[in-house]
Design a binder for this molecule. Structure first.
Ligand SMILES: [Zn+2]
Length: 532
């Protein structure tokens, strides 16, 4: 048993919101109280850890991450440099530790940030001639390859530009190594996918970074290979992160054949919701809209699944105790998804004593992103018990695009305050690697609606949507736990709860909002074990 004492503990338990000491045993919290009571009860039975007045909060969960892509991304050469030469040096470094002939992947370059501008295949050949090299641009709309990669892809001066793409060429018409848009695929499809063991290794290497940011759990939206890798780590006793794993729609029938419900697994690796996409995204203006995009009278985006189709899939899911997580960005998509959830909730209510299950915990359906919602639809998540799974940092990253493409409708976008006021449970995440998974960056965005550089204004973008710190923290703790069906044991520091917690030297309840960006947990505990 361990006793943490002399601490300023924010428990998020309404019965005992602030405490001084915690007793921990068997991976769980045994008791919460003041120093004197806890210490005198545990005298001689526990190891005592004096936290020197530091702050303790529950461990945080990123409720929307792509763990495979995030972990694999960390393995790539980081090409986000201030000069082209520095990027080439990093590639040279990597080449020295890479077997001859093996691929070198990188990401993050932006020729606009480089005085020297675009690089060429020849530049890469000079530092890594013996390895095919493929480096994607930060925008993901272009890539930079060396001659070895071009030759494996059979790209030469006679290669025609593909539809919706272009090969960069030098003055003699020879490919220069830059691939635009769909031309990227000519090379990217040759880059070998990681095998499961490599992915397990990559996730193992990514975990410490996640802990140091304050994450003790994630809800993952990658696929089968990621689940396999997580199982390997778990078998080895190396999975010190609570993972809720979604199932892609096309694999739903297999889960049903096996008789798997949402919630199958244990407190470390647990099956979550079936993931569906109802529309596209804001950037490419493919999010499904009730009205046209500003300045594009003919464009209302793309609806992939309407309410009827969603109900069709959803019926099969809920009859088999599988919950849904539906990606919905535009106001039309959110409208259709809510229509479908209304029908599905009715069905769940009207089929008590379901033949497949005795469990009657309400299925934890969720909408991923909820980026733009019509005011008439806004109250419906709360009313139907649908979790609003949102990513605060998207608001500050996307605000200029949202203003431009949605105009005044942006008033109803990234509207977490509205959702909370209507009684929806919020679960916050990052969508990493699209954005940083650092939850304190997300907390900052949620309470300020401002970028770290202060834009767009002191009181933020649509400031009426700002949250208080505690409300935002709940979305990363109790809200995420609810979305996983684990609210009876995760997200709070209360007796019987899993001992996942952070020790901080800045009190996020007291500090200036901008200081949230500086918070780095001093110590991190998962299941009673210090991992940082
Ligand atoms: Zn995502």
């Amino acid at each position: 048993m361990q006793v943490l004492y002399n601490a300023n503990i924010h428990t998020l338990d309404d019965n005992y919101p602030v405490a001084e000491a915690l007793a921990i045993g068997g991976g769980r919290i045994i008791a919460v109280g003041d120093d004197h009571t806890i210490r005198s009860h545990c005298e001689g039975m526990a190891e005592f850890v004096n936290l020197g007045g530091k702050v303790v909060i529950p461990g945080l969960t990123d409720a929307h991450i792509h763990l495979e892509h995030f972990a694999m991304g960390l393995q790539k050469v980081d090409c986000e440099t201030s000069s082209r030469g520095e990027c080439l040096e990093r590639v040279a470094d990597r080449a020295r530790s890479t077997p001859l002939g093996s691929w070198i992947s990188g990401h993050g370059w932006n020729q606009n940030d480089w005085a020297a501008g675009f690089g060429s295949a020849g530049d890469l050949d000079a530092v890594a001639a013996q390895n095919p090299v493929y480096l994607t641009a930060k925008s993901l709309h272009a890539a930079w390859a060396n001659s070895a990669a071009l030759s494996l892809a059979h790209i030469d001066r006679d290669t025609a530009d593909p539809l919706d793409g272009r090969l960069g060429r030098d003055e003699d018409g020879n490919p220069d190594g830059i691939l635009y848009e769909s031309a990227m695929e000519l090379v990217s499809r040759l880059v070998p996918e990681p095998d499961v063991d490599q992915l397990a290794e990559a996730i193992l290497n990514a975990m410490p970074g996640l802990w140091r940011m304050g994450l003790t759990g994630v809800h993952d939206f990658d696929r089968r290979r990621c689940l396999l890798a997580l199982q390997i780590l778990k078998e080895r006793g190396d999975l010190n992160l609570r993972v809720l794993k979604s199932i892609p729609l096309e694999d739903m029938s297999y889960a049903i054949s096996l008789g798997i419900h949402s919630g199958f697994g244990d407190d470390y690796l647990r099956i979550g919701q079936v993931k569906l996409f109802s529309d596209g995204a804001l950037g490419p203006r493919t999010a499904a809209m009730l009205g046209s995009y500003t300045g594009e009278p003919d464009n209302k985006g793309m609806l992939f699944l309407d309410a009827e189709e969603l109900v069709e899939h959803g019926r099969t899911a809920v009859d088999n105790r599988l919950a849904l997580a539906v990606h919905a960005i535009g106001d039309r998509a959110n409208h259709e998804v809510l229509n479908a959830f209304a029908k599905l909730r009715e069905r769940e209510r009207s089929t008590p004593g379901d033949k497949n299950s005795g469990s009657r915990q309400m299925l934890r359906h969720r909408i991923e992103h909820v980026q733009l919602i019509h005011p008439d639809d806004a109250p419906r998540l709360g009313a139907l018990g649908i979790v609003a799974s949102m990513q605060p940092i998207h608001a500050t990253s996307d605000m200029l695009m949202a203003d431009r493409f949605w105009g005044e409708r942006a008033e109803h976008s990234y509207a977490w305050r509205t959702q909370l006021d209507h009684g929806a449970v919020l679960a916050f995440g990052s969508d990493a690697p699209v954005e940083t998974p650092n939850p304190f960056a997300g907390l900052h965005a949620a309470v300020t609606r401002r970028r770290p550089d202060g834009r767009p204004a002191d009181n933020g973008w649509y400031p009426e949507q700002r949250l208080g710190f505690k409300e935002a923290l709940r979305a990363y703790t109790t809200g995420a736990a609810y979305a996983a069906g684990m609210e009876d044991r995760l997200g709070k520091l209360a007796p019987g709860y899993l001992a996942d917690l952070l020790v901080l030297d800045i009190d996020p309840f007291e500090c200036e909002p901008d200081q949230l960006l500086e918070i780095q947990p001093q110590k991190v505990m998962v299941g009673g074990t210090w991992v940082v």
